[in-house]
Design a protein around this ligand. Structure first.
Ligand code: Z5A
Length: 223
């Protein structure tokens, strides 16, 4: 069976990491071979780009420069990790992918979805996830959750990965709107999950959706 590519998207502190770990655990227990990774990052080269993009002292990049760097990191991750795992029939679960560039740089920073789609086409051709969970949360609660977690990290100020968290609340509200627009553009691929629910409740509905889509995919292949 060909692989299946799942991504998790959403604003800060929406619970992507938490849900990815839970989904991977459940799918592994159900006998699937699962690879998890994250963006920006996942390969040594992409992790270097991550430092420039998310650390407080990483530099003051323009939105277009940021978009190009996210695609450089993404291309390495796709070529080295995602594509080979999908070719081996595995399920790949990635924390953020092209939709984050659409939402943050395309919508939040006004580059436009069309520009991001063009860059995507150049870098990745038609590669898109089979299924995307968009974890939707009121930005205020999300930022509070992310800040609580950040303040528990024992790292010096410059190395903290909070360059995006430092953007103002109106940006985060716009970002939320951007993600909802993406879901509207592609309702078959994107599933919105209410991230104000409990961790367990979210995990149950995400698992059910993922299993249903995997089943449908298998049926399509048979037919
Ligand atoms: N970025 C971009 O601009 N363009 C791009 O193309 C890409 C990225 C790919 C990467 O940050 C930054 O890069 C990101 C966008 C930008 N901006 N920021 N920040 P990152 O990967 O370091 O951070 P993140 O993706 O935003 O993840 P996060 O802040 O780590 O949040 P999360 O993974 O969604 O949440 P979590 O770690 O699972 O949960 C956060 C806390 O909330 C934690 O203490 C949990 O225990 C708690 N939590 C989780 N779920 C719940 C529920 N349901 N109830 C209560 N508490 C919960």
């Amino acid at each position: 069976m060909p692989g299946f590519f799942i991504t998790f998207e959403g604003g800060e502190g929406s619970g992507k990491t938490t849900q990815i770990n839970k989904l991977a655990e459940s799918l592994n227990a159900a006998g699937y071979k699962v690879v998890t990774t994250r963006e920006p990052g996942g390969t040594p080269e992409s992790e270097k780009i991550r430092q420039l993009l998310v650390q407080r002292d990483g530099g003051n990049w323009s939105p277009m420069a940021e978009a190009l760097m996210f695609f450089a990191a993404r291309l390495m991750l796709y070529q080295k990790i995602i594509k080979p795992a999908l070719d081996e029939g595995k399920i790949v679960i990635c924390d953020r992918f092209t939709d984050s560039t659409r939402a943050y740089q395309g919508y939040g920073h006004d580059l436009g979805f069309d520009v991001i789609d063009e860059l995507k086409h150049i870098a990745l051709g038609d590669a898109e996830p089979n299924l995307t969970f968009i974890l939707d949360i009121d930005p205020k609660s999300g930022i509070e959750r992310a800040q609580e977690r950040l303040s528990s990290q024992k790292i010096n100020a410059e190395r903290r990965e909070d360059r995006f968290e430092k953007l103002d609340l109106s940006f985060h509200q716009r970002l939320r709107e951007g993600f909802l627009q993406i879901a509207k553009r592609e309702p078959q691929r994107c599933v919105i999950v209410d991230a104000a629910q409990t961790i367990e409740h979210m995990a149950q509905s995400i698992l059910q959706t993922a299993l249903k889509r995997l089943e449908e995919r298998l049926e399509e292949r048979k037919g």
